[in-house]
Design a protein around this ligand. Structure first.
Ligand code: ADP
Ligand code: MG
Length: 728
């Protein structure tokens, strides 16, 4: 019954609007029609049933005596002709337009289902829906005979007519398919369960269980809220799966008796009909494409368009352009063009046609992804990259204190960890932190490796030479300026401190020393580590710059030599052409001199490429080192500022409260504190301000420093918030 979908054909359906199932009732002709009990509405679209009190005994529930059923039409004493016109004609006509259709006859045995569906063979006038539908579908062809189904009243009979309609014009690749299901259901009568008391409503069951499943499926279909329909419960519902509801036109014809004695079954049949009316379907057209016809049509069109293109080319005086797909050699040529273009040895790529333009773009992508891989490979060979999403690795590095604010590893000229998230400030400068020691160790190893270490505390911090200062803060400017102005001022000799816990710090002088002088002290004291790292990075940067400049010079020299060789080669070539060429079996004969020049040029090109690659690598390293240097400079100045305030401005007693364990830390605050620096801390700070400020005039500077620090914290907090939100 079910036909498999042909997978070779493209298939789609055009959705229509939702439609209700059409429900008709056909009453079997009788001389004994129960006029008092069965009444039709004026428009012939409803049936009213009335049961007399005395008949009600044991029939139906003892309260209700009247029922009214709304239908789409009642067929009383209707001819087979009229039944077909009313019930089936539209469904069949729509099937020829591509809509699936289902017509079902329901009712108790003997009520006329088979008569309606198949009719009688003897009498042409009495033929049923099936032969008429076949006739309508085949138009002029008359169906000579069809097998009469002698189905038992206990079995269902489904006829399926498959329709496939092609257009008469052969070029039309679209065609429609549909099917019409004509269903002669098994008798719907129920078996009475004999109860002891006749007056109680008897429970009844279907003779045929599948009808009960059909009803369940139909009830589920009528309920808009349900999305599961139990189609798989029996063969009947399974076979009608795509014909009940769904995307087809559906008609239910209920056959009933008109006699009073059959009223109970009639009532149950009418109830089924009214339930069926609630089901909605969405008829949709089934259009398919004939792949063979479609290919033929497209081939025709393609040939036509090629001709058209050739005409256009000749009209535009264009030489013959090949529009065929490119072969490997052509693609390789485009790839080399793109490479030369990127290197700068080719000025432009000529446009030939659309296909070529697309291939150029494609090769750009190929070259780009290759270069990306190369860069990553180069970086991986030199650095250990940490995946930004590998939080475990990041936190490990953070714990070790190897990263600065911007996620760059500090103290490592080799520079690990690209573009990491926000990381804590360094450990407290005044405290000999473990992390500090660690990066010191790493630094000395790497310095040895690079052979670029220089004496600590040297005077090579030269702000004026740096062209790319990333964060030129005002503080940085201050020091820079003062450094220039007060260069000659002598520094203050460091003296031993009285506090054993504190690092060495000179006793506080009455007037603070000029910043540039203090800066030199700072570099020898608390800032020695960061200054050392700074210098390390700088010397590596300078070394790379030097190498880059040497490589550039070498490249230029090679380029000059290439030019000279090319010129000599051209001269040889022109000489050969003047003397007349020698040819041997299609091979050009050239003299040794020219041959050697060709070899030389080839060698030079190779050198050129190698050097060029080196230069590219160097440039990437320079960029990275420059960034590290900028980071270090920034840190150095920032920590100096804090150190300067702590050493010369903040009163000693306030410093006590700023010690670890105290609530406030001027300057660098550990990451855990930044996170928790809320209103409480700020309150404490303002209290402190009120109590300390009036007494200590020096604390004005501290106040300023503190405010700046607060601002920095707020900024950081916000930034961390952003980053965290971004990661989610
Ligand atoms: P069912 O298929 O519902 O069990 P049938 O179609 O076999 O019932 O009908 C039983 C008998 O009644 C058949 O002999 C049939 O010819 C006759 N019959 C049913 N409906 C009509 C009708 N509308 N006009 C004339 N005869 C009918
Ligand atoms: Mg029958």
């Amino acid at each position: 019954m079910m036909r498999r979908k042909n997978d070779n054909k493209r298939y789609f359906t055009r959705m229509g609007t939702r439609k209700k199932v059409h429900a008709f009732v056909r009453v079997k002709p009788t001389d004994d029609f129960a006029h008092e009990m069965i009444k039709y509405g004026d428009d012939n679209k409803s049936i009213d049933i009335h049961i007399k009190k005395d008949l009600q005994k044991g029939v139906v529930n003892n309260k209700q005596t009247d029922w009214s059923f709304k239908l789409d039409g009642v067929l009383h004493n209707a001819s087979q002709d009229l039944v077909y016109e009313t019930v089936a004609k539209d469904v069949v006509a729509q099937a020829l337009d591509g809509y699936n259709g289902t017509i079902m006859c329901y009712g108790q045995t003997g009520a006329g289902k088979t008569y309606t569906m198949t009719g009688t063979t003897e009498n042409y006038k009495h033929r049923g829906i099936l032969p008429r539908a076949l006739q309508q579908g085949e138009t002029n062809r008359i169906i000579a005979s069809h097998t009469m189904n002698k189905n038992s009243s206990r079995s269902h009979c489904i006829f399926t007519i498959y329709v496939e309609a092609h257009s008469r014009t052969l070029s039309d690749e679209k065609y429609i398919t549909s099917k019409i299901n004509l269903v002669d259901l098994a008798g719907s009568e129920r078996l009475k369960k004999s109860g002891s008391e006749g007056r109680v409503l008897k429970e009844a069951t279907y003779i045929n269980k599948s009808l009960s499943f059909l009803e369940q499926a139909i009830i589920a279909l009528g309920d808009q809220k349900r999305d599961h329909i139990p189609f798989r419960q029996c063969k009947l519902t399974h076979a009608l799966k795509d014909s009940l509801g769904g995307n087809c036109n559906m008609v239910l014809l209920t056959n009933i008796y008109g006699e009073a004695s059959q009223l109970e079954e009639t009532l149950s049949s009418l109830r089924f009909a009214s339930r069926m009316k609630l089901v909605t379907t969405e008829p949709a057209i089934n259009e398919k494409y004939d792949a063979e016809r479609m290919v033929k049509n497209l081939e025709k069109e393609l040939a036509l368009l090629k001709q058209e293109l050739a005409i256009h080319d000749s009209l535009a005086n264009r030489t013959l352009v090949n529009y065929d797909p490119m072969d490997e050699i052509q693609i390789a040529e485009i790839n080399s063009q793109v490479r030369r273009y990127l290197e700068g040895t080719l000025d432009e790529i000529d446009i030939i046609n659309l296909r070529q333009i697309q291939e150029v773009f494609n090769q750009f992508r190929v070259v780009l992804s290759q270069q990306e891989q190369e860069v990553e490979l180069t970086l991986r060979r030199k650095y250990t990259l940490i995946d930004k999403n590998d939080f475990a690795a990041i936190s490990a590095v953070q714990k070790a204190g190897l990263m600065d604010v911007d996620g760059h590893l500090v103290g490592e000229p080799d520079g690990q960890g690209f573009g990491l998230g926000v990381t804590p400030f360094s450990a407290k400068p005044g405290k000999k932190a473990k992390s500090k020691k660690m990066f010191k160790e790493q630094l000395s190893t790497s310095a040895r490796k690079e052979g670029a270490s220089s004496p600590v505390g040297g005077k090579d911090l030269d702000f004026s030479t740096s062209k790319t200062q990333l964060t030129p803060s005002s503080k940085e400017g201050d020091v820079k300026d003062m450094l220039m102005r007060d260069r000659e001022t002598s520094s203050i000799e460091p003296l031993p401190l009285d506090s054993p816990k504190e690092e060495l710090r000179p006793p506080r002088p009455s007037t603070p020393p000029p910043k540039p002088v203090a800066f030199e002290d700072f570099k020898n004291e608390r800032g020695s580590e960061i200054n050392r790292i700074f210098k390390e990075n700088k010397s590596i940067l300078n070394e790379r710059r030097k190498r880059a400049s040497e490589t550039t010079q070498r490249i230029n020299a090679i380029k000059r030599e290439m030019d000279v060789t090319k010129e000599a080669l051209n001269f040889q070539k022109s000489l050969r052409e003047k003397q007349g060429e020698y040819e041997n079996k299609g091979l050009m004969i050239i003299d040794e001199e020219e041959f050697l020049l060709i070899l030389k040029l080839k060698d030079l090109k190779k050198q050129y490429r190698t050097e060029y690659q080196d230069l590219r690598d160097l440039k990437a390293e320079i960029q990275y080192c420059q960034h590290l240097v900028d980071q270090c400079r920034h840190r150095l100045l920032m920590e100096f500022d804090i150190w300067y305030n702590e050493s010369f401005f903040i009163p000693e007693d306030i410093q006590v409260s700023l010690k670890p364990g105290g609530s406030i830390r001027p300057g660098m605050v550990p990451i855990s504190r930044i996170m928790s620096l809320g209103e409480d801390d700020q309150d404490k700070f303002s209290q402190l301000q009120q109590t300390e400020l009036p007494e200590g005039p020096d604390s004005f500077s501290f106040y300023n420093a503190k405010v700046k620090t607060e601002q920095k914290h707020n900024y950081l907090k916000t930034m961390m918030g952003f980053q965290q939100a971004h990661r989610k």
